[in-house]
Design a protein around this ligand. Structure first.
Ligand code: SAM
Length: 437
């Protein structure tokens, strides 16, 4: 009988209706598939059971988290090739994989599915790894549910985030103006936002979703702004407060554990929201935009820095990525950039500028992955092997998605322009990019 890798490759090609884009190494050590291609390792037959049970990304992800799947070679390339199957022929690949579970009508596929079940062994699918967040709420985005979801992602420990993000502790796309370090690029991003917001000494800035306090500290230290930073994560707030104290900025910066819907001490001169709107959810976009509008003084500015996705040909068919939803950002949701823009307009804002910086996020993610890989043993000790694997996969896969223009990231500058029409915006705002004295 043929070895496991050859049988698996033949079956996979039959099921997918085309050649496998990677080489396979099976649990018995056998290999098959295109010579020289990066290798996907199936360490354990249980991986097949998971994929039969949950075809597509979630099955693959569960097997990856459990350590049943691995990669030998360039992780980015494997992800690029595998995700190409799901993205470039989504209808075809997804329906074929779903047919696998639903006891296929096509007799040719049915025999392949049966053969795959035989190869997968007699055991039932193992339970999902413990790192998966269950108990779905249908994305209600109630305050309570949002807090749980944020805690799932952010309270894995500040030590772990220090490994991934490095000393800047900024968890959003950096701005690469030169061949500098991640820290330089993060500082440049924070400064770009401060300049877009036209921050001046004494201005009141609200930093919505302040993370570990980096923007709040930058705005206070470099511009003399009086900042309120809010986050839903207690661990972040504790860390941010300590940093603020260490910098001697307690007079200027207040960090709160607070939902953006509960801020009542407006008006503010400016609001920054950096990598936070992704958590808000489509059902709440309008409430989010209205709330921030209400918190600004007339003439006040909002800088909304947000990941976007490509619009779907049929928007009602849009589905949240099941791996990201179950393991990474429960209840997070991406919108096409046009929707963000029109929601800001609907809330009353004048949108003055949109800067698309997609490639910058790929560069940033590649640095985070390298940081994690460099300190892998400690990262595993601080969390769990499963969680460290989730992070490596999610960041590398996201880098590929930014590179391939499946997702993007944009900075929207929106002004609460008063009836006089004076927006306070320079005639040539792009001079932001030429840092002046
Ligand atoms: C990806 S992090 C970005 C942190 C920071 N802005 C940065 O760039 O490093 C998202 C932040 O949004 C916060 N957040 C999410 N939902 C929130 C809500 N409803 N109210 C307040 N903060 C929220 C999280 O607690 C977290 O601090």
């Amino acid at each position: 009988m043929a070895d496991a890798a050859s049988r698996l490759t033949t079956l996979a090609e039959e099921l997918l209706g085309g050649p496998l884009p990677v080489r396979l190494r099976a649990w018995d050590g056998s290999e098959a598939g295109p010579a020289g291609a990066p290798v996907l390792i199936v360490r354990d037959r249980r991986a097949l059971r998971r994929m039969i049970w949950k075809p597509g990304e979630l099955g693959l992800a569960r097997a990856w988290v459990a350590g049943e799947l691995d990669v030998d070679g360039d992780l980015y390339e494997v992800l690029d090739r595998i995700s190409g199957l799901l993205w470039e022929r989504p209808e075809d690949t997804r329906s074929r994989l779903t047919a696998l579970r639903d006891s296929v009508r096509d007799p040719k596929l049915r025999s392949a599915a049966r053969a795959l079940l035989r190869l997968a062994g007699p055991l039932p699918p193992p339970p999902p790894p413990a790192e998966e967040m269950r108990g779905r709420s249908g994305h209600s985005h109630s305050r309570r549910r949002d807090k749980q979801a944020i805690s799932h992602h952010y309270d894995v420990g500040n030590d772990f985030y220090e490994i991934v993000l490095g000393p800047s502790m900024v968890y959003s796309c950096a701005y690469w103006t030169a061949d500098g370090t991640l820290e330089d690029a993060q500082r440049d991003k924070l400064d770009l936002i401060a300049r877009k917001l036209n921050l001046k000494e004494g201005d009141r800035l609200l930093d919505v979703g302040c993370g570990w306090g980096s923007m709040a500290i930058h705005a206070a230290r470099e511009y003399g702004a009086k900042v309120v930073g809010i986050t839903l994560s207690r661990e972040q707030a504790t860390y941010a407060r300590k940093r603020v104290a260490d910098e001697g900025l307690t007079d200027l910066v207040e960090i709160r554990v607070q939902d953006y819907r509960d801020v009542t001490d407006g008006p503010y001169d400016a609001i920054s929201s950096i990598g936070m709107a992704e958590h808000v959810g489509a059902v709440k976009y309008r409430e989010y935009a209205d709330t921030l509008y209400g918190l600004l003084r007339p003439g006040g500015r909002l800088l909304n820095h947000q990941i976007s996705r490509r619009p779907e040909p049929d928007e009602t068919a849009y589905e949240i990525d099941p791996f990201i939803d179950a393991y990474v950002f429960p209840d997070g949701e991406l919108a096409p950039m046009g929707r963000t823009l029109s929601t800001l307009e609907d809330a009353g804002f004048e949108v003055r500028d949109v800067e698309a910086i997609r490639e910058h996020y790929a560069l940033t993610l590649r640095r985070w992955v390298a940081n994690l890989e460099r300190d892998w043993t400690r990262a595993v000790r601080l969390t769990s092997p499963g969680r460290a694997r989730i992070w490596r996969l999610y960041m590398a896969a996201s880098a590929v998605s930014f590179e391939r223009n499946r997702i993007g990231v944009n900075q929207f500058l929106a002004v609460k322009t008063p009836v006089s029409g004076r927006s306070g915006t320079a005639l040539r705002p792009r001079v932001w990019n030429e840092k002046t004295a």
